[in-house]
Design a protein around this ligand. Structure first.
Ligand SMILES: Nc1nc(=O)c2c([nH]1)NC[C@@H]1CN(c3ccc(C(=O)N[C@@H](CCC(=O)O)C(=O)O)cc3)CN21
Ligand SMILES: CC(C)C(=O)C(=O)O
Length: 326
């Protein structure tokens, strides 16, 4: 395929035909989507059509990524903070991740579905990493896994990719190591650190990673690493020169009320809509404008109602049906 064909067909360019029986929600009124694959992502990167990745944590958010054309849906371990109320992603368990991945998977067909391997689930040894990644694929129904780290996890990445589990790398700022890194800080700001991150990127690509997330690094370094790799890079706080971008759902929707990183842009204000909904409901119940008798309540035939009242009346005058014995 030539570059110009890839560019003109934009995101509808996956080479894989639409699968028979693919779940298409006609009500959404969108063009049926082709399955996003590792190959189509690579073609997208070559054509310089930006890859869109967004996190999802449950069925409705997974469904929205599906419906509106997200390329890669990530069940990120930010799940821990934005969805489950833990104070760090290091609290997340395999069971938490499997449970939420399954829910997202029920609403997801076309986007490539990737889950984060939770902190501790791939560090003990290669066997544990394989077992946990297999669990995410088999029980969590995801198509690939994302692992934080550089050269120190290359052996694990090589093993997972060799047995057919697609791996997405994640370098730069590593939220699972926020304590040892003394907080959530921009990485690769010195020449030596930048070299280390580039080395990690090359090592991960060499080990078979199909893509790498670059988090919170200078934009020049994001562009440079992208130009040196043959696999797509996905940036979050890595500037506009990566092959694609990823953000956390709750940052995009303004439903996250905690700290906001510099790289976040809020694209919708769902929080104010939620406030409107909850406050409106409370107000209407309290002043009895909800529910409306005609529009939001049920009718009974007049004859049946009269009969009911007559039966009640008969009972009151000593009929044979006793009241409850209590
Ligand atoms: N809501 C949310 N969004 C995220 O992007 C996110 C999570 N949660 N939870 C897991 C990790 C944590 N992440 C974070 C958290 C904080 C910064 C942050 O505040 N960084 C500073 C850098 C300051 C500097 O070193 O100069 C910033 O101000 O952007 C970055 C990434 C990314 N992930
Ligand atoms: C921020 C993205 C890349 C992530 O890893 C997460 O959501 O946990």
């Amino acid at each position: 395929m030539t570059r110009s064909i890839l560019q003109s067909s934009r995101r509808w360019m996956s080479v894989r035909p639409r699968e028979i029986g693919q779940d298409v929600d006609l009500k959404d009124n969108h063009t049926p989507r082709k399955k996003v694959t590792i190959q189509s992502l690579r073609e997208q990167a070559v054509a310089q059509t930006p890859i869109t990745m967004l996190t999802a944590y449950d069925f409705p958010t997974g469904r929205a990524c599906e419906s509106y054309g997200i390329d890669v849906t990530l069940v990120g371990d930010s799940l821990a903070q934005v969805c489950l109320g833990y104070d760090s992603t290091t609290r997340l368990t395999m069971d938490d991740m499997v449970h939420h991945s399954r829910a997202v998977a029920r609403g997801s067909t076309s986007p490539l579905l990737v889950a984060d391997m939770p902190f501790g689930s791939y560090h003990t040894n290669v066997e544990d990493a394989v077992g946990n990644a297999v669990r995410l694929v088999r029980e969590g129904r995801v198509e690939g896994v994302k692992l934080e780290g550089g050269e120190e996890i290359v052996e694990i990445v090589r093993k997972l990719t060799s047995i057919g589990i697609p791996v997405m790398g994640h370098i730069g700022l590593l939220p699972q190591r926020h304590t040892s890194m003394s907080g959530y800080r921009v990485q690769g700001k010195t020449a030596a650190d930048a070299k280390g991150i580039l080395r990690s990127a090359a090592a991960l690509q060499g080990a078979g990673a199909f893509s790498i997330v670059l988090e919170a690094i200078p934009h020049a370094l994001g562009s440079y690493i992208t130009s040196k790799l043959s696999i797509p890079t996905i940036g979050i706080g890595a500037g506009p020169g990566t092959s694609g971008q990823v953000l956390v759902w709750d940052d995009v929707m303004s439903t996250w009320s905690g700290h906001q990183a510099k790289f976040v842009r809020r694209f919708a204000d769902v929080r104010s809509e939620v406030e409107k909904g909850v406050m409106g409901y409370i107000g209407a119940v309290r002043c009895r404008t909800f529910p409306d008798t005609k529009k939001e309540s049920y009718e009974m035939d007049k004859a049946e109602w009269d009969l009911f009242l007559k039966l009640e009346d008969d009972k009151g005058r000593g009929g044979d049906e006793p009241e409850s014995s209590e």
